[in-house]
Design a protein around this ligand. Structure first.
Ligand SMILES: Nc1nc2c(ncn2[C@@H]2O[C@H](COP(=O)(O)OP(=O)(O)OP(=O)(O)O)[C@@H](O)[C@H]2O)c(=O)[nH]1
Ligand SMILES: [Mg+2]
Length: 403
């Protein structure tokens, strides 16, 4: 018996998934910087902490879901870094020539709260970059930039990018909530730094950033229609290619009903997709209409059924980490971010800040503001990096004051 249109598409989608090359991400950084927490946020689970992953070396654990593997380096103490560096080097080298095993990108995590970069952390970035791996620096537990990002940019010119991430939703004793941020940006920049062959896997497997998926889906439609118009592929092949690729890309299980709905909506129910001659009579414009409507229907279907598969799906706020009371959270979800700080009281902010930085630093931060407001003398540190940080802090307070 001949294969039906539905069978052909389902087989092709299976093939599409089989051919995706695994994306391998190495995540490195000092112990306690938040590497495992970041992975758990991206994967929505307890993968890293519960040790579900497969041990690869003394320090590396492989955590795999579908076609993405993340190598989490556990408990690295950079005081004794030579051994760790050697371990990372030989791990990367061993896999270099195997396309499905080679490390495609490294995320080096440096904690933002400490406001101090260690020599070993800079070396870690350089060593991985010199192995030919694109390195993205992630400033973890990111709450406010005190000039650390700029400082690291200067210290680590080999890094492709630096992203500030707060990976975890935290609720404080008095009900204040900090939502995750930076994960969408991390996804986008990671995608941009992958080779073309791995880009397909990455966009198919990630669910943080739906925009990248939709853009890619549109370009798939355009490319196939173009070669159809040039007569290089026939209508049936065009339709099958487009439907297969966008279905796979959007992480969707093919539903024949959806195509049928599309044909009904555009009043083309007389088209029999199981009859090749019928498909060949369609114009390119009609194929374009069917494909664009199909894409829209998948989006609607996902929205209605909240059919977001489970990898890389993270709820996060749109800009810098927010500080708001959980009682206000449901209504403030759509309100503008500028409204939120006004609702927070200084005492709350100070209490909250002491969770992430030594209380002496919090007091310094607030006394700086007081000194500027009273025009009293400010003493700058002698050490250049510290001095630069303090100057940038002062500038920020002044700029705020002038607004
Ligand atoms: N507030 C806040 N805490 C975080 C964040 N990320 C991690 N943490 C906390 O930091 C601590 C260390 O996090 P881990 O994810 O275990 O750090 P790690 O880098 O995997 O540490 P090792 O496995 O020892 O190398 C935990 O208590 C986390 O809850 C964050 O974005 N914000
Ligand atoms: Mg860990």
């Amino acid at each position: 018996m001949n294969e039906t249109f539905e069978d052909i598409i389902n087989n092709k989608i299976k093939q599409y998934h089989d051919e995706l090359k695994s994306v391998n991400i190495l995540i490195a950084g000092k112990t306690g910087v938040g590497k495992s927490t970041l992975i758990n946020s991206l994967f929505e689970g307890d993968y890293a902490e519960t040790g579900v992953g497969k041990p690869v070396t003394e320090h590396l654990v492989e955590i795999t879901k579908n076609n993405i593997s993340i190598y989490d380096s556990r408990g690295i103490v950079l005081q004794n870094y030579e051994n760790v560096f050697e371990e990372i080097k030989s791990f990367v080298e061993e896999r270099k020539n195997n396309n499905s095993e080679s490390i495609d990108i490294a995320w080096v995590c440096i904690v933002e709260g400490s406001s101090r970069v260690e020599e070993a952390e800079i070396q870690l970035v350089d060593i991985i970059a010199e192995l030919g791996i694109p390195v993205i620096i992630i400033l973890t537990k990111a709450l406010f930039d005190q000039g650390l990002k700029d400082e690291i940019k200067e210290l680590c010119p080999k890094a492709k990018d630096i992203i500030r991430v707060h990976a975890k939703r935290i609720e404080l004793d008095d009900g204040y909530v900090v939502e995750p941020t930076g994960l969408n940006t991390l996804t986008e920049i990671t995608y941009n730094n992958l080779s073309d062959i791995k880009k397909n896997t990455f966009i198919s497997e990630q669910y943080v950033n739906e925009d990248i998926k939709n853009e890619k889906a549109k370009s798939i439609i355009e490319e196939n229609l173009k070669i159809c118009e040039e007569g290089k592929i026939n209508n049936e092949e065009t339709l099958i290619n487009i439907i297969t690729n966008i279905t796979g890309l959007l992480g969707f299980n093919f539903k024949f009903d959806l195509i049928f709905e599309v044909l009904k909506n555009i009043q083309k129910t007389d088209i029999n997709l199981n009859d090749t001659s019928c498909i060949e009579q369609l114009t390119v414009k009609e194929i374009e209409l069917i494909c664009n409507e199909y894409l829209k229907s998948i989006e609607n279907y996902k929205r209605k059924n909240k059919a977001n598969p489970n990898l890389f799906k993270v709820k996060e706020s749109k800009s810098t980490p927010l500080l708001y009371s959980s009682e206000e959270s449901s209504e403030s979800e759509h309100s503008s971010n500028e409204d939120i700080p006004k609702k927070t009281k200084k005492s709350h902010i100070m209490k909250w800040l002491t969770l992430f930085m030594p209380s002496s630093k919090v007091h310094n931060l607030f006394s700086l503001r007081t000194k500027i407001n009273n025009n009293s003398e400010i003493i700058l540190p002698k050490e250049p990096a510290q001095r630069k940080r303090k100057e940038s802090k002062i500038l920020k307070v002044f700029q705020k004051k002038q607004q």
